[in-house]
Write a protein that binds this ligand. Structure first.
Ligand code: TXA
Ligand code: MG
Length: 315
């Protein structure tokens, strides 16, 4: 029988070589990271980067994150500063993205950064993507591997569901452990969190000075304004439904087992809940539920990132 997932490959030396070859040829490939899966292309090639926007249906004014192996590979692409060095030393490689000023000499193509004078950069920790980045002499532009505005994928099968055979290759690197996208912090001026993630303000505020005003920061991340992270069915937040026909997402041990109940973490652990969020919403949709209700999720630590995604998904 022919395998339907014919473009999903287990990572090994042969696939490493193949992935590198495809990237050098200007193709896009699906790759695992510790946060969510991404689709990657050579960030120095305008032609390759345009393929990403096209396949995702992504508005061209929404810039991409540029991924590097380590700080020595930045070359002259961005202007680094002290805040960046401090956070890099503490959290990288890992689930955090830094917005920095673009260097005039930068080789990153203008489309990747939506013609802005800033660049978002990240150093993912997943060993598959790290070994690929180590073997190429350009960084990769890599958004989450989903059609624009829908749920981010956390497995190679999710990526297949989004793009089917339109990608030449999807590397299987297991389930993304973190399960939601990286924290985005703007360091091009006074530090501001643009997108909350697993690394929160509390972890960072002892290392750098942080402005926690949400209102200002919202406007600066171009992709964060509209509806996003949507499973394609209505989401109602902070509410319990009495109707068993609707899916009910809960968190904590006080909820018993019911067919329409989906517990993000029985222990009430917010990090675990975040890692199960997208997977659970995909499952609910596949089961054919027409609506999702979600009980209140505490708004601290990883709960801030969960509520941020849910709020955008419910728009
Ligand atoms: O965890 C992640 O960050 C994943 C994995 C694949 O690395 N990537 C990801 O990319 O979430 P994407 O494209 O889905 O989200 C990137 C976010 C968008 O909200 C975009 O607007 C913002 O980063 N961004 C990119 N460049 C920016 C810039 N120069 N200034 C402000 N925001 C920027
Ligand atoms: Mg995305």
């Amino acid at each position: 029988m022919k395998n339907v997932y014919s473009n999903i490959y287990t990572f090994n030396k042969k696939i490493l070589k193949k992935t590198i070859k495809y990237l050098y040829e200007g193709n896009i490939v699906g790759l695992p990271t510790e946060t969510v899966y991404g689709i990657a292309a050579n960030a120095y090639s305008q032609k390759a980067v345009m393929k990403i926007f096209k396949i995702k249906g992504r508005p061209v004014k929404n810039p991409l994150i540029i991924h590097y192996h380590n700080i020595d590979n930045l070359k002259d692409d961005v202007i680094i500063n002290e805040n960046f060095i401090k956070l890099y030393k503490k959290f990288c490689p890992g689930p955090i993205t830094f917005v920095l000023k673009k260097n005039k000499k930068s080789k990153i193509c203008s489309k990747a950064t939506a013609n802005l004078n800033t660049v978002a950069i990240r150093f993912p920790s997943h060993k598959v993507v790290r070994s690929i980045l180590k073997h190429i002499d350009f960084p990769v532009a890599m958004p989450s591997a989903n059609i624009s505005s829908s749920l981010s994928p956390i497995s190679s099968y999710d990526v297949f569901e989004e793009f089917k055979n339109k990608l030449k290759l999807i590397v299987n690197g297991g389930k993304s452990k973190i399960g939601i996208e990286s924290t985005v912090i703007d360091l091009s001026g006074k530090p501001k969190i643009l997108r909350p993630g697993i690394i929160g303000a509390n972890e960072m505020k002892n290392i750098i000075k942080l402005n926690l005003s949400k209102e200002i920061s919202k406007l600066k991340s171009p992709g964060m304004l509209k509806k996003h992270y949507s499973p394609g069915i209505p989401i109602i937040m902070n509410k319990k439904s009495l109707n068993p026909k609707f899916a009910q997402i809960v968190i904590g041990k006080k909820y018993g087992i019911r067919k329409n109940y989906f517990n993000l973490s029985k222990k009430g652990d917010l990090k675990e809940a975040a890692s199960n969020l997208y997977m659970t919403m995909r499952k609910i949709k596949k089961l054919g539920y027409k609506k999702i209700y979600i009980t209140k999720i505490p708004n601290f630590g990883p709960g801030v990132a969960i509520n941020d995604r849910l709020k955008r998904a419910s728009k």
